[in-house]
Design a protein around this ligand. Structure first.
Ligand code: DGL
Length: 268
């Protein structure tokens, strides 16, 4: 039995969509979450900086005792997994593969849309992973840089949000996709607005559920009846993390502690 916590990180609140699913599936596990709120967004940042931040975040979680790292950020998962797997001493699970498996399972016409940050789309991580598993799938992708600030702002059902989503998705919908991967952990926050635009004929893939399934294979259940604890760490304690976080996980995000990640945590 391993009583060490599960460590999860994202650039901000988005990864709480993954935390919520893991918390539900593993009620007895201790979980520590790190949101890099001082450096959000990761999407427009260079690959090297995203790799550097990801290593620092993972090292911090390991210092806190994490037995496994969940990279609850598509931008980090797209570019930093090889470095993380090489440099950290615990298993690392990203969000891309789980999302890809789910998309392939759901698509019927084999036309899959992927939306994500500029970093994720530019990396072509989804495209490559989908075609690795099923060459007959066509992948259409679109970077949606304005969706992270809208989600962080809490503009979940705002007219402006609907207009922006419709604009971003218009080309993908013209391609007749039947499955749309929400390739950013912030996007499930806007799921109902996205659903309104794509309609009932397009499946939305939220990788959080698939990540929890993959974790099931790695975690030995504690088999204890007591409730697992949750601790949240951020690099900048903001009101937004609390308010948006509460709307995602359905309860107070607590306790939250502020941490400063040192440059020395990044070793090449
Ligand atoms: N939530 C993150 C993702 O899944 C990134 C958002 C951002 O920081 O740009 O890609």
């Amino acid at each position: 039995m391993n009583k060490k916590p599960i460590g999860i990180f994202d650039s901000g609140v988005g990864g709480l969509t993954v935390y919520k699913e893991i918390r539900e599936q593993f009620p007895n596990e201790d979980i520590i979450y790190f949101g890099d709120t001082a450096r959000v967004p990761y999407g427009p940042k260079s690959k090297n900086n995203v790799i550097k931040y990801s290593i620092q975040n993972a090292r911090f979680l390991i210092q806190q005792g994490a037995k496994i790292i969940i990279v609850a950020c598509n931008t980090s998962s797209s570019v930093a997994l090889p470095a993380l797997r090489e440099l950290v001493e615990v298993p690392v699970i990203g969000v891309i593969q789980p999302g890809v498996r789910s998309a392939i399972k759901h698509t019927i016409n084999k036309k899959i849309g992927v939306i994500g940050t500029e970093g994720t789309i530019k990396s072509e991580a989804y495209q490559k992973a989908i075609q690795n598993l099923d060459k007959s799938c066509e992948v259409f992708s679109a970077a949606c840089p304005m969706l992270v600030p809208l989600a962080e702002e809490g503009w979940i059902d705002h007219e402006v949000t609907h207009l922006i989503i419709a604009e971003y998705l218009s080309v993908l919908l013209q391609k007749k996709i039947d499955t749309l991967v929400l390739g950013c952990t912030h996007y499930p926050i806007l799921k109902s607005a996205i659903k309104k635009i794509v309609g009932d004929n397009v499946n939305l893939v939220d990788s959080a559920i698939e990540v929890a399934k993959q974790l099931e294979e790695k975690i030995i259940h504690r088999g204890e009846s007591q409730k697992g604890s949750s601790k949240f760490f951020v690099s900048d304690k903001t009101e937004k993390f609390k308010t948006i976080g509460k709307s995602i996980i359905g309860e107070n995000v607590s306790p939250i502690q502020n941490v400063k990640l040192g440059e020395s945590w990044y070793l090449t």
